[in-house]
Design a protein around this ligand. Structure first.
Ligand code: PLP
Length: 386
């Protein structure tokens, strides 16, 4: 690990040592395909089913509804494509609705279905505070709509979407809601029943589990066509040999997350408030997104008089790791579709800072001091614009 202060927990979180300890026996000498019938296979199957129960319990769903995938991207692809194709095959229509601020794993899948699969797509805009207006979204729904996908919390701005005002209204019309909760799990309560969610995506590396493991909660009455075809694992919707160690890690991380949420969320909120207060005290720094309907660990700011890449790299050199827009778009320094959708000014830097389980008050204090100095130095030098 490089030295420094890591304020990019929305991009990925450190693997918790207890989670690693749970995975370890399955990495060191563990063998056995969970689909094999011999003792080795059965031992792996037992471990996988234990993890499935842990995840189900953390989310308040039944184990049957937990489908393990390779991560948030795959869960989103499976939810959107799988539900869309199944509904279309049943003759229910071919119209999809999503929002302009979804992760590319949802937006690009919807666009692919529209380009290649004969679906039509309505992309509902976001309001300037990063929230989706439920009335606007519901107005986009048609009789032939087969899926609506709205994220629980935005990965850049951290805004919490009003799913309670969306899901039940869709359910009344028999339309499934997919919620990408990759950023939300462990940071805000997930009310799957209250939101009438048909499918929900998670990714273990966002909650101190291993990278490369995800979950799709797929309600038992929601038909979905597989995206990956093969041996028919995971209710037949996700073929492929199960990643036993990763799944065990996902289960352990889900337990850790659920068990510690009551203390961890207020702690994260306090850290983020202190961080936000420190950054906003600098002239020409303003908060992006809703000040209230946002994840407790997210601070997203616009910084006047600074170029984004120059500021990010100056902070990095000074030992503070933050994100420009969203790191998940491959780190490429291109304009964020989320910031564009909410009309964020283009003439300044926009940074996302996210605290997490390993962040301390001393980290926040130091980061604020570094930020203040770096912004001053950069502005004195012309802002770093090219
Ligand atoms: N959805 C959201 C909201 C995300 O923030 C991310 C990653 O940052 C993903 C999906 C993709 O998850 P993964 O990295 O597990 O593929």
């Amino acid at each position: 690990m490089p030295p420094g202060i890591y304020l990019d927990h929305a991009a990925t979180t450190p693997l918790d040592p207890g989670v690693f300890a749970a995975m370890r026996p399955h990495l060191e000498g563990g063998v056995g395909n969970p689909s094999s019938v011999h003792a080795f296979g059965r031992a792996s199957r037992t471990a996988v089913e234990g993890a499935r129960e842990q995840v189900a319990c953390a989310l308040g769903v039944t184990p049957l509804e937990v489908v393990f995938t390779s991560g948030g991207t795959e869960s989103d692809n499976l939810a959107v494509s799988g539900i869309a194709w199944a509904a279309r095959a049943a003759g229910r229509g071919a119209h999809l609705v999503t929002t302009a601020i979804e992760h590319h794993a949802v937006l690009s899948t919807c666009r692919w279905l529209a380009a290649w699969g004969g679906f039509t797509l309505t992309v509902v805009p976001a309001e300037p505070d990063g929230l989706v207006d439920p009335a606007r979204l519901l107005a986009a729904v048609r009789d032939d709509t087969v899926l609506v996908s709205v994220m629980t919390a935005n990965n850049e701005l951290g805004t919490l979407q009003p799913l309670a005002a969306i899901g039940p209204a869709l359910a009344d019309r028999g339309i499934p809601l997919h919620a990408d909760a990759v950023q939300a799990f462990g940071r805000t309560p997930l009310d799957l029943d209250g939101w009438a969610v048909a499918a929900l995506s998670l990714s273990a590396h966002k909650f101190n589990g291993p990278a490369g493991v995800g979950v799709l909660v797929l309600r038992r009455d929601v038909p979905a066509e597989p995206v990956l075809h093969g041996g028919g694992q995971e209710r037949g919707v996700r073929s492929g040999t199960l990643n036993t160690a990763g799944i065990v890690g996902c289960g352990a991380a889900a337990v850790l997350t659920a068990d510690t949420m009551a203390e961890e969320v207020p702690r994260l909120r306090r850290l983020a408030v202190d961080l936000g207060d420190g950054l906003l005290a600098v002239d020409g720094v303003m908060l992006n997104g809703s000040p209230t309907a946002r994840l407790p660990h997210n601070v997203h700011v616009g910084v006047e008089g600074c170029d984004g890449e120059a500021l990010l790299s100056a902070l990095d050199s000074a030992g503070v790791a933050v994100s420009l827009g969203s790191a998940c778009a491959s780190g490429a320094a291109k304009a964020s579709h989320v910031l564009a959708a909410v009309g964020a000014p283009e003439d300044r830097a926009h940074l996302r800072l996210t605290v997490g389980r390993t962040t301390t008050p001393a980290d926040v204090e130091k980061a604020v001091t570094v930020f203040r100095d770096v912004v001053k130095r950069l502005r004195d030098a012309g802002g770093g614009f090219v």
